[in-house]
Write a protein that binds this ligand. Structure first.
Ligand code: NOJ
Length: 713
C-alpha cells in the first residue's frame, strides 16, 4: 500500500460507524456556496468537501464567475487543448471560492437533437467526446480540483429523465455511450456521477454491472461514484451496486441553502406528496425532475442495512476510503491547498478563443467577413444581452458580459442600427422555476417593432440577424424550430436587405428554413459572457470561424430516433433500436443528405490537401492554405471498415487535428490512429478487429473526403 493508501486506511480504521455514515451522505453546505457538501470529521482532522456545478462555469448562488461558452462550442473547436485550458480555468475559479470538486465535464453522447441539455455535452461522436472529456478532466485536475464526468450513462434525454429506461444493446453502449466515460476515467477522473435514468430496466445508481463490473473493475476506476441530486433510488441496491456517495442527502427544499426554501415542489418523477406545503407549478421542467423523496438513502438507513447483513460493512469502508482517497490525492485532506488568484482577463480571452474557434461558418456566399466601414443593421430579439446558456444546474452568473450589440458597436467602423424586431426569447431560469417565481415582465417590449427592423435592414449595407433557441435542463425541445417569430423575421429581413448574415445561438441543431435566402450563416452555440466580442471578431474577420459541426444538422424527421418508442419512449422505456447508427452513422447508413454534415464548417481561408500516407498507425497529410489570409483547418480522419457480413457504420471518426496555417503556408498534419479505431464490439467476443482492408479517409468533414489510404489489419 502507498503512503497515501496507508494514511487513508488508518483514517478508515479510526472512524466510528456514525462518522463513516456521515461521510457518504451529502448534506447542505453551512456556508451556502456549494452545490453539494460532505461534512468533515473534526476529531480526526478530516476537512469538509465542497462540490460545485458545472460545465459552463462555477455556479455559486449570489456570486459571479467566468461564464464560458457551452461545452458544445468547445466540441465544435475540435481542439482538446481548449477544453483542457477551460477545465484548468474553471478549477482555479472553483478553488478560489473554496470548492474542491467540479461537477463537470458533462459528456453524454448526443443521441437526439431535441435533448434539452445538448449544449452541456460535446458531440454525437464518441471519439470527439472522449478526446474533449479527457482533456477537460486533465485540465480541471491539473489545477487541484476533482473532476466529475457525468451522467453515467445513456442520459440522452430530459423528458422523464428520472424514470426512463434506455433500452440499449451492449454493442451500442460499448461503441457509443461508454467510450467518453472510459476516456475520462483513463485521464484520471477522481469522481463519476451516475445518471438519473435507468439502463435496461435498472436505475444507474443501482446498476451493479455498469458501476462495479465495468467502471470499477474493468476500467479500474478507484475514485468516487456519486449519485445525481436526488438520484439515489434505494439503500441496499445502490450500496451493493457500487454507489459511494449519496447526493445531496437532504430534502429538495433545503437545497436553497441554510434555512432552505420551505416550499414543496411537485416533480414528475415522484408522487408530489413530499410532506405538506403547496406544490409549486414547475412548468416545462416538471417532467424532468427527480423524485423529491430520494434522500437519506445512505444515512441511518445504510447503517440499518449493514446491521441487517444486507450490505457488507466493508462496502461502507470502501466508500469512505474512495472519498478520503480523492481528498488525499488533491491535497484536501492535508489542508495543503491555497486559494489561487484568478486572472479574470486571461479567462475572458480564453472564453473568446473558445467562442470564436467553436463558431461554425455553415454557409458563406461571400457576405463574410464584413468590411470595417459597412453600415450594419443588427437585428434580433435578444441582441441587447449575452447568450449565456440554457437553464439548469449549469446556469452561471457572468463576471461581466458583453451583449451582442455592445460587441458589434465596439468593433464596427461604420454605423450600427440596433433593432430587436420581435419579442425577446425567454430563457427560463431553472432556479426561478424551482422557487415558483414567474419570469418577470421584460422592460422595453414596447420598443419592439417588426417593420422598423425590416426598414433598418433595407437601409443598411448589411443586416446581421441574431436568433436563438431556448432550452433548459429537465425539459426537451418540442421541435427544432426557432421559437417565436424569428423565422419570419429572418425571411422579411432577407427580402429587404442587400446582404443578410444570420448568427444562430443554439444548444444544438435548429431548422434553418430560410437558409437559401441569406448570404451567410454562423452557428455560434451559446457563447457565454464574451458573446458580442466573439461575434464581432468573427464577423469582421479578426478571427477565422474555426469550428466544425460536432452534430449533424438536418430536418427533425430525418434523425434516427424518430419513432415514439425510440424517443421519448413508451411506458417509460426508450428503445435505442437504431443501435450504433446515431448521428452521421445514421445519415450514412440511410444514404440521406443532411443539411450540413458532421464535421462541416467553412473557413475564411481555403485549403488544399496533399496525398495522405499512413505509417506505424499515424496518418499524415500536407495542408496548404491557398488563400490570402491565415485560417484554421480541422483535418479529420475516418475509418471505413471492410465488408465482413457484420453491419457497421460506413465510416467512423478515428482522429482529428486542428491547425492554424498562415496564408500561402503548408503544414504537415499528423493524426494518430489507435487500434480501437478499427474495432467493433462483438457481444460474445468483445472488442474485435476484423481482418481485411480498411480505408482511411482524410478530409474536411464526414462528407468531404480529400485523400484516401488503404491499410490492412
Ligand atoms: C442535477 C444535474 O443533472 C447535475 O448535472 C448537476 O450537477 C446536479 N443537479 C447538481 O446541481
Amino acid at each position: 500500500m502507498t503512503r497515501d493508501g496507508d494514511a487513508v486506511a488508518g483514517l478508515v480504521e479510526s472512524l466510528t460507524r456514525a462518522e463513516k455514515l456521515d461521510l457518504v451522505r451529502g448534506a447542505v453546505d453551512p456556508e451556502g456556496t456549494a452545490t453539494g457538501y460532505v461534512p468533515g470529521v473534526e476529531r480526526l482532522g478530516i476537512p469538509e468537501l465542497r462540490l460545485v456545478d458545472g460545465p459552463l462555469g462555477v455556479r455559486i448562488p449570489g456570486e459571479s464567475a467566468t461564464a464560458f461558452p457551452a461545452p458544445i462550442a468547445a466540441g465544435a473547436t475540435f481542439d482538446p487543448e481548449l477544453a483542457r485550458r477551460k477545465g484548468a480555468a474553471m478549477a482555479r475559479e472553483a478553488r478560489a471560492k473554496n470548492q474542491d470538486v467540479l461537477l463537470a465535464p458533462g459528456l453524454n453522447l448526443i443521441r437526439v437533437p431535441n435533448c434539452g441539455r445538448n449544449f452541456e455535452y460535446y458531440a454525437e461522436d464518441p471519439e470527439l467526446t472522449g478526446a474533449m472529456a479527457a482533456a477537460a478532466v486533465d485540465g480541471i485536475q491539473s489545477d487541484g480540483v476533482v473532476a466529475t464526468p457525468k451522467h453515467f450513462v445513456a442520459n440522452s434525454q430530459e423528458t422523464g429523465r428520472a424514470r426512463v429506461s434506455a433500452e440499449v444493446s451492449e454493442r451500442a453502449l460499448r461503441e457509443l455511450y461508454l467510450p467518453g466515460f472510459r476516456a475520462a476515467v483513463e485521464a484520471g477522473a477522481g469522481a463519476v456521477m451516475t445518471a438519473y435514468n435507468r439502463v435496461n430496466g435498472t436505475y444507474m445508481s443501482e446498476h451493479r454491472r455498469l458501476v462495479t463490473e465495468v467502471l470499477k473493475e474493468e476500467w479500474e476506476f478507484d475514485g468516487v461514484v456519486m449519485s445525481d441530486w436526488y438520484g439515489t433510488e434505494s439503500t441496499v441496491d445502490a450500496a451493493t451496486a457500487g454507489l459511494d456517495l449519496e447526493m445531496p442527502g437532504i430534502p429538495q427544499q433545503e437545497m436553497a441553502g441554510p434555512g432552505g426554501g420551505g416550499d414543496d415542489v411537485e416533480s414528475g418523477g415522484g408522487d408530489g406528496e413530499s410532506g405538506g406545503g403547496d406544490a409549486v407549478d414547475l412548468g416545462p421542467i416538471a417532467d424532468g425532475l427527480p423524485d423529491p423523496e430520494n434522500y437519506d438513502r445512505f444515512g441511518a438507513a445504510l447503517g440499518d442495512a449493514i446491521d441487517a447483513g444486507e450490505v457488507p460493512a466493508e462496502r461502507l469502508d470502501d466508500m469512505v476510503a474512495r472519498i478520503l482517497g480523492q481528498m488525499k490525492r488533491f491535497g484536501v485532506l492535508d489542508g495543503e491547498r491555497e486559494a489561487p488568484t484568478v486572472d479574470a482577463e486571461a479567462h475572458d480571452s480564453l472564453a473568446t478563443e473558445i467562442a470564436t474557434r467553436g463558431t461554425v461558418l455553415l454557409e458563406n456566399d461571400g457576405g463574410l467577413p464584413l468590411s470595417d466601414d459597412a453600415d450594419v443593421a443588427l437585428i434580433g430579439p435578444n441582441v441587447d444581452e449575452a447568450t449565456l446558456g440554457g437553464g439548469g444546474s449549469s446556469e452561471t452568473t457572468p463576471r461581466e458580459a458583453t451583449s451582442t450589440a455592445a460587441g458589434v458597436r465596439d468593433r464596427a467602423a461604420g454605423s450600427v442600427t440596433v433593432e430587436r424586431g420581435v419579442p425577446r426569447i425567454e430563457s427560463p431560469s431553472f432556479f426561478e422555476l424551482l422557487a415558483g417565481e414567474e419570469g418577470g415582465e421584460e422592460a422595453g417590449e414596447e420598443d419592439v417593432d417588426f417593420d422598423d427592423a425590416v426598414d433598418a435592414a433595407a437601409a443598411a449595407d448589411v443586416a446581421v440577424v441574431v436568433v436563438r433557441d431556448s432550452t433548459t435542463e429537465a425539459a426537451d425541445r418540442e421541435d427544432l424550430r426557432l421559437p417565436g417569430e424569428q423565422d419570419e423575421l429572418v425571411e422579411a429581413v432577407a427580402a429587404a436587405a442587400e446582404q443578410t448574415i444570420v448568427a444562430v445561438r443554439s444548444s444544438g441543431p435548429v431548422e434553418l428554413p430560410w437558409r437559401e435566402e441569406v448570404d451567410a450563416i454562423l452557428e455560434t452555440w451559446y457563447p457565454g459572457q464574451v458573446d458580442g466580442e466573439a461575434l464581432a471578431r468573427v464577423l469582421y474577420g479578426d478571427a477565422d470561424p474555426g469550428g466544425r459541426l460536432p452534430v449533424t444538422v438536418a430536418p427533425e424527421g430525418e434523425y434516427p430516433a424518430t419513432e415514439p418508442r425510440q424517443y421519448p419512449g413508451v411506458d417509460d422505456r426508450a428503445h435505442y433500436d437504431e443501435g450504433v447508427f446515431v448521428g452521421y452513422r445514421h445519415f450514412d447508413a440511410a444514404d440521406a443528405a443532411p443539411t450540413y454534415p458532421f464535421g462541416h464548417g467553412e473557413s475564411y481561408a481555403a485549403f488544399e490537401y496533399g496525398d495522405a500516407t499512413v505509417e506505424d498507425g499515424v496518418a499524415r497529410v500536407d495542408v496548404e492554405n491557398v488563400a490570402d489570409r491565415a485560417g484554421r483547418e480541422v483535418v479529420q480522419a475516418y475509418v471505413r471498415p471492410p465488408e465482413t457480413g457484420v453491419e457497421r457504420p460506413e465510416r467512423e471518426l478515428a482522429g482529428f487535428a486542428a491547425v492554424e496555417v498562415e496564408a500561402g503556408d503548408s503544414k504537415t498534419v499528423e493524426i494518430e490512429l489507435s487500434e480501437m479505431a478499427f474495432a467493433r464490439y462483438d457481444e460474445d467476443a468483445g472488442w474485435t478487429v476484423d481482418e481485411g482492408t480498411y480505408e482511411i479517409e482524410i478530409g474536411r468533414s464526414s462528407r468531404d473526403v480529400r485523400s484516401r489510404v488503404d491499410v490492412r489489419r
